[in-house]
Design a binder for this molecule. Sequence first.
Ligand SMILES: [Zn+2]
Ligand SMILES: [Zn+2]
Length: 290
Amino acid sequence: MLPYATASDAEAALRRAMTRAEAAWFRYTAAKADCYLYYHTVAVLLAVYTLLPLMLALLELGAPAVALRYKLQPRGARLSPAGFLRCYTDTARFLLPLAAPVQLLSYPAVKMLGIRMGLPLPSAGEMAAQLLMYLLVEDYLSYWAHRLMHTKWCYDNIHHVHHEYTAPNGFVAPYMHWTEVLILTVPTVVGPVIAPCHMITFGIWFVIVAISAIETHCGYNFPFNPTKLIPFWGGAEFHDYHHYLGGNCQSNFATVFTYCDYLYGTNNAFRRHKAGQAKLKMVSEKNVEK
Ligand SMILES: [Zn+2]
Ligand SMILES: [Zn+2]
């Protein structure tokens, strides 16, 4: 809840006129409790984790000829409508009983971190710098968390749930043991702990994490995907190979950028796989020419 009775009070405190975004934020939040604003995050994430994978599932079910052209594992077991629904409801069964108490209990921690809800709103530059830093920190820590998940005990007791799908789809992104959800939350919040931000940036950050996870698990390699322009962006092809290899996989641990796998030599199998694919393509093109 903002500590101003009127917009004029807010502008007096800011010593300037509010921007359009600030005026909109003032109108929406002035009479709402801070915890209520924070609880928006879980509703937005639920919508993102439902709607984006649903669009991809509908593409696969409604236009299989188009979808299969870009499918990374076209010969993999294709899910029926009931299969997609089961994947979604199984994920919800794991996550919803966890998400509600975590949201309720984490609010005091979010306040302690210094996540602010009021005015002024952050500038675009401040938001971009914070989000980039969060992404780099999260990516590096997630790489090591994922490697930890592939040690025998962690895999057998926790991470095997996420690997039940060897040909992932968007709904698989949050399909994991509840312990893994808690473990992977740590890399996600380290950035905001180091550099606390505004609630809007905090919410956008969680949405970016969700979209990136869905893209990584979507099972498609769309040539027009703009993330292909980002250096070292792993994307779906990189992580799909990790699922394809299954439980014994010791390759492609990166969740966003691939540089850690290059640095620590955990992408050798993938590089051999890509070289083999390129060779096969060359041979088949030569045969067509003959
Ligand atoms: Zn894994
Ligand atoms: Zn995965």
